[in-house]
Design a protein around this ligand. Sequence first.
Ligand code: 3HC
Length: 691
Amino acid sequence: MSVTRSRDGLTGYVTLDNPPVNAIGRAMRAGLMEAVAWAEAEKLDRVIVTGAGKVFAAGADAREFDGAPLEPYLPDVLDAIERSFVPWIAAINGVALGGGAEIALACRMRIAGPRAQIGLPEVTLGVIPGAGGTQRAMRLCGLETALEMIAFGKPLSARAARDAKLVYALEDDPVEAAFMVNTEELLCVVPTWELPPPEMDAAAFAAAFAAVRAKLAKRSAGQVAPMRAVDVVEAGLSMEFAEAMALERSTFLELKGGEQSRALRHMFFSERAAKAPAGLPAAPELTQIAVVGGGTMGAGITYACLSLGLSVVLLETDSDGVDRARHNIDALIAQGVKRGRLDDSGAEALRARLVVSDDYDAAAGAELAIEAAFESMAVKKQIFAKLDAAMSPDAILATNTSYLDVDEIAAGIKHPSRVLGLHFFAPAHIMRLLEIVNGAQTSERALATGFALAKLLKKVPVLAGVCDGFIGNRIYTRYKEEADILLIDGSTPWDIDEAMEGFGYAMGPYEVQDLSGLDIGFANRRRQDASRDPNRRYIPIADRMVNEGRLGRKASVGWYRYPGGGGKVLDPLIEDLITEEARFAKVKRREIGADEIRERLVLAMVNEAADILGEGIAQSTRDIDLVTVFGYGFPRWRGGLMHYADTVGVAQIVEKIRALEVVDPVIWKLSPVLADCAETGVALADWSKPG
Ligand code: 3HC
């Protein structure tokens, strides 16, 4: 039952009831249509529509988007509500998003409760509002607010909605308040469709549209839906309401069937499906966490844990380390206050839950320790030995290593089953991804603890097996390797960065390296020296950069220059340096276009990711998609690396890799998973390990 209804005197009550979020599927649309007829037949003087539970309605049921639209269509249902002689009042008890907001906009009046939020986030699913949002919102709250809501998908709070006149009133009990509205007053309210579109002079209109398009070009580059939404709003200003609604609907339907919407829906549902695997035992309750190392990563993890109400014991090696760690946490707390995420008492509460110490015994009561120290096996082994001795045998011990062998770290302690990897991404209090690394001896209880922490911290957990770099850094290492090959063969850091920005990354690989520091990659390459295949092509340019002190932003010079610590500037010396290295390596540089750069880098990542899948390091392509989007900036609107590969088509990918394999069979060794998919015609998303 998606819609329930009842009456009390002349007041009809309609409740949207489709747990957990009252998504509007076919049954709810049909129920609403019936409710319109019922209210008219019963000659009610009003209908109050609200949502069951905490949500008003989360919008159209996106699970229906893969199929053809089913009658009754939402615009027709809302048209019937709006034109009924029985006025409807939306009592917005919680979030009203997308189609949920559109139901409210079609009502004669809207009263919001304190927890209400009203938004049109359709662009985040790659579509535009498809049931009047583009036309009704601007009639109620004016063009600029409507454009912001529609183009960027950010919801308004109850208060902001009231200030913008999107809702009539803000009340503690919106249903009761709707009941109390005077009937004559209600009947005087003009239905939204009859309101004129907003009026402004031509120059003001042009400025408003130019401003939003300029903002979109920066923030949503490559995405189709936001610009199309703005186009529809603009076109609607000079159309009859019905004509504008038809344009909105046809645009919505076109985008719903498009690649970007499919990709964004895939991400939406993948993110929500990222949970602990079925069958894991219950995790111990987490109240106190020990974090080892108060550098950038450790401080970020500490701050994230404190913010979610956990107590933290932050361990350092000596009193200088303790002072540094305290300073780093204080800086994060101050930043939280400055950005309005914390008030003074909240900041005090965080400090009260924190102990910073150089005595490991201070962590004796913690249920979980997360080591976030220097990336050195020797250092980590020492730390784990100390944790093993100081903490209860029940406590779980995690390493935040980005690359190192979790099994080797675990090997030195009494009960290696309590060790796992928890790979956070910097800044740890902001980045959503958490790789949960399952060592050879990791117990199910330890894994369950990792997933429980991810849930507490609202992270996206992805299970990974042990290998150099796990899922994300292993793919990223291959990406950087291929970028360096393009560099020496004829490209430049800025050409490569621009090409990948054109693909949808916020930053290309060289700007990212400048940000994180070139010394990190250097240390990794030295660690891998002993095991590197001597036949594998090695590009020494990045090593030379480090040897010359070009460490990136922190040195004011890296792949780019940052004069005075400011924005990046191209450095012609880099081109000389690359050309010189090419001469040493006897490489004849050639022109390499943006399309080739994008193709080679994406193919390199897909091939590596397919191996990761084949080796069981990742459990599914969906997990790889989550890692690439939430940890490495792969464009969400392309659906993650493997979803994108399936969109391109495995057969085409294999053909291209085979051509590259002819030139360099070591680096471009075709993944057996790709070969298998191409041969059997199975999509990567549907591939499973034989046997
Ligand atoms: N369609 C189908 N399922 C949905 C859904 C939707 N629109 N919104 C949420 N769900 C499902 C989730 O997949 C999840 O399912 P699961 O339990 O099986 O994993 C469940 O509802 C709970 O969702 P969340 O975990 O996200 O719950 P939260 O409480 O954290 O958040 C929310 C609630 C803020 C409503 C969030 O779910 C949300 O933002 N939903 C999507 C809103 C949206 O984008 N609406 C626009 C839809 S397009 C549209 O309306 C077109 C129209 O213009 C015609």
